[in-house]
Each structure stands twice: as C-alpha cells, then as structure tokens.
Write a protein that binds this ligand. Structure first.
Ligand code: NDP
Length: 448
C-alpha cells in the first residue's frame, strides 16, 4: 500500500495497533486516509481536534450471543454485532449482514465506509453496520425466523428511529427485515416504522427500496458516461453477483440500452452472449434461492464456469456487485487488456488496492462503492422520511428522487476532486466530499 502523509501514517499505525487482525477494516481506513493528505494540509483544525483519530474509533460496538433452535430441535449458536460508528450527521444508519464470514473486522470496515457514504448523500444520517455469522443458505423459513427473533431480542435495546436504524445487506432481504420488525414490535409494543428500512410495501416500506442500490449504481455510471458524451447504448456489461444489487443493476442497464453478458454467484459464473435473461435469474435466485448454474439448463446456448474468473469475460463496463475483494490485481489487468472503459463498485470494496491502482494507472474510469452504491441508503432515508410523515410516494416519484440524489453524489465527487487538484479521481473526490461534512459537524459538536 502507498505511504501516507506523516500525520496520517501515525493515525493508521494507531488503527493497526488498536484493531489487530481486522484486515478489511485496515484496508478501508487506509483507502480513506490515502485521500486526506490535501485536506489536512488545508485544515489543520481537524488534526488539532483529533477529528480523524476519533472518526477511526467507533462510538459504540455491541457484540452479543444469538442462540436459536433448528428444525431438528438442536440448539444453535451464533454471534451478533452492531457497530455504531459515527452519529455526527444523524442517527446511525447501515445494513445488517448475515454471512458465515462475518466477524468484527468486516462489520467495522462496512460501518466505517458507511459514515462517508451516508454523508455523500447529503442526507441527515450517521454511519453504522451490523450482522451475524449466521448462514441463511439452506435454512428453512422457520429457522430464519427463529434466528431473526433471537437476534432482535438483544438488538432492540440499541436501536430506534432517532438512535440507530438498520436495513438489509448480504443475506438480509425483505423476509429477514419482516421477521426482525415483527419481533421489535412485539418486544417494545410500539409500531415504530422508522426503526428499520427495507420493509414490505404494505407495512411502511418505500417504493424503489428493493431496486435502489442497483438502479443507483447504474445512474451513477450514466452520469460518468454523460460527462464524457457517452451513454449505455450498445455497451457490453459484466455484473458479478446475482443478489439484490446485481439483479437491479442488470435491470437498469437493460432499460438504458446496454447488454449484460455475464453474472455470478458464489459457486461460479454464467455467460450469455445474447444478454442475460433477467426474469430467469430472478426466478432462480429471488424466488427459489437456488444456484445460478441452473441458468444453463433453461438456456443451453449460455455457459457456466466454476473455475476461472468472471472478470476474464471482455466488457466495456464492469460492475462488481457481489462482495469485498472479489476483483484482484490480476483480474484488473485482464479487464484492462480486454478494453474495459468503466469500473464501478456496486458492492462495498469489491476491488483490492492493487486492482484500484491498476485501473487508475491505465486511465480506466474507476468509481468507488461509497459513492456508487449509496442509492440504497439514500432510498432508506427516503423511507424514513415517508414513515415520519405517514406518507407513501409513487414509484415514479421515488425513482426520480433517487436519480437526483445520485446526480448530486456524482457532482460532489467531480467538483471536490477538481477543487483538491485531482481531477477525474472519483476515489479522492468521494472520500474528501464524504469526510468534510462529518469532520465539520464533529468540530461543532465538541470533543465527544
Ligand atoms: P445478496 O445477499 O442479495 O447477494 C450477494 C450475491 O453475491 C449473491 O448472489 C452471492 O452468491 C454473491 N456472492 C457472494 N460472494 C461471492 C463471491 N465470492 N463471488 C461471486 N459471488 C458472490 O447481497 P446484496 O446484493 O445486498 O449485496 C451485495 C454487495 O452490495 C455487498 O457488498 C453489500 O455490502 C453491498 N451493498 C448492498 C446494499 C443493499 O441495499 N443491499 C447497499 C449498498 C451496498 P450466493 O447466492 O451464492 O450467496
């Protein structure tokens, strides 16, 4: 990793020492600090009040036991987390991830990213993240429900519409949010719609929340293309993953005239040169929660690969939408040699530092997750607005609000990169534009 400015290097060293073994968190912190050199030079007051040191330390970290009973009557045990990272701009806001790889370092990396992402939206939301090492894959609805009820039996003490508002992430979709909300309501005897986002449309959810992260990802790329007098028409696109973010990215690319030729799940990837049949992917992944390999049973001209990398498939635009560090330096070199023009992170931190470096050295437009995928949390904030006013907006109106938010984020990244002397650098633009409102609010609120 690149050497940081001297003051920032000292902060990074402290982060390494205070958070041993949390490699994803270290990576996320380093990436932000790497952009802040010109900011500390211009604003010594941030260093004087230890703003950056304090931003790197969560305000509160909660770790708890989650026991539950499986369908065979056996007691199962998982670990739950909620990291309330920063509330300078508003109540903590960020998703819950249920995946066997979850540990404190993953939740902290996601919570840290969330601070700047939420700030970039321009909405009044702080940063947090939570989850569990529970694996919903292969579990019955009853097992998922009992797990969610046990998880909420501890979490309810820490959340609230003005305190901390969780949502979904990997492994947490509409089904899980429903079970979590039901248990919160039962324990507290309060119908507090604003305590969770991603709710069902008949009980306080917002139109477009399901589609928001994927649609927002594509809106961001559309803006980047527009700036260069280009658009999606005729572009060949590869999208990794086949979950919430991937599916709705594919949907919006199709609507804007691009062709998605490959997508994946954790087992492998499919290539369909005719363009991915999204209805079939939805039926396999959303309805039946099955494997993407089944796609080729219905579309024999498509191919399934469980070795190699989806990034070997040539494309104009690559949208990594699965998980952290899924696209490495070798993958980046392959994409570059195949002529990729734009890489935009639908997932959180899917590109390794080597991959990001390769893209920027090759002049590929690279847009980081904290800007690109902020449409999800922005629409969650719109859900909170609707809950607070006991209103519900139409799909068209909500989508238009989302598109405006994404345009605003794109503009903020571009103008901030220009202002700090790094034109075209979306990584620095996003990090600096996300950081400054949080830092200013922390200065104003005193040493807390
Ligand atoms: P989902 O659980 O809906 O989907 C994740 C998808 O990625 C699944 O298809 C999964 O496959 C696949 N996957 C997981 N690991 C790998 C891997 N190593 N290689 C290839 N595919 C893999 O999660 P989301 O779509 O919600 O989240 C995806 C990413 O987007 C995450 O980084 C998340 O933090 C980020 N994000 C999500 C937001 C949201 O609103 N949902 C908001 C902002 C960011 P399988 O089915 O086999 O598990």
């Amino acid at each position: 990793m690149a050497k940081l400015d001297e003051k920032l290097e000292a902060i990074y060293t402290e982060v390494l020492k205070r958070n041993p073994g949390e490699t994803e968190f270290h990576q996320a912190v380093h990436e932000v600090l790497d952009s802040l050199g010109p900011v500390v030079a211009k604003h010594p007051e941030y260093a004087d009040a230890a703003v950056i040191r304090r931003i790197c330390e969560p305000e509160r970290q909660i770790i708890f036991r989650v026991p539950w009973v499986d369908d065979q009557g056996n007691v199962q045990l998982n670990r739950g987390f909620r990291v309330e990272f920063n509330s300078a701009l508003g109540p903590y806001k960020g998703g819950l991830r249920f995946h066997p790889s979850v540990y404190l370092g993953i939740i902290k990396f996601l919570g840290f990213e969330q601070i700047f992402k939420n700030s970039l939206t321009g909405m009044p939301i702080g940063g947090g993240k939570g989850g569990s090492d529970f694996d919903p894959k292969g579990r019955s609805d009853g097992e998922v429900m009992r797990f969610c009820q046990s998880f909420m039996t501890e979490l309810y003490r820490h959340i609230g519409e003005h305190t901390d508002v969780p949502a979904g992430d990997i492994g947490v979709g509409g089904r899980e949010i429903g079970y979590l909300f039901g248990q919160y309501k039962r324990i507290t005897n309060r119908y507090e719609s604003g305590v969770l986002t991603g709710k069902g449309l008949t009980w306080g959810g917002s139109q477009v929340r399901t589609e928001a992260t994927g649609y927002g990802t594509v809106f961001f790329v559309e803006e980047a293309l527009k700036l260069r007098n280009e658009n999606f028409d005729g572009k060949r696109v590869v999208v990794s993953g086949a979950g919430n973010v991937a599916i709705y990215s594919v949907e919006k690319v199709n609507q804007l005239g691009g062709t998605v030729v490959a997508c994946s799940d954790s087992g492998g990837y499919i290539v369909d040169e005719a363009g991915i049949n999204l209805d079939l992917v939805k039926e396999i992944k959303e309805v039946r929660r099955a494997r993407i390999s089944e796609y080729v049973d219905k579309v024999p001209s498509a191919t399934y690969h469980n070795t190699g990398s989806i990034w070997d498939v040539p494309c104009d635009i690559a949208l990594p939408c699965a998980t952290q560090n899924e696209l490495n330096g070798r993958d980046a070199e392959e994409l570059i040699s195949n002529g990729v023009q734009v890489v935009a992170e639908g997932a959180n931190m899917p590109c390794t530092p080597k991959a990001v470096h390769a893209f920027s050295s090759a002049g590929v437009i690279f847009a980081p997750g904290k800007a690109v995928n902020a449409g999800g949390v922005a629409t969650s904030a719109l859900e909170m607005q609707q809950n607070a006013s006991r209103d519900s907006w139409s799909f068209a109106f909500t989508e238009q609000r989302l598109a405006e938010v994404m345009r605003g984020i794109h503009d903020r990244c571009v103008t901030t990169a220009d202002k700090y002397g790094v034109p075209g650098d979306y990584v620095s633009g996003a990090n600096i534009a996300g950081f400054i409102p949080v830092a200013d609010a922390m200065l104003a609120q005193g040493v807390i």
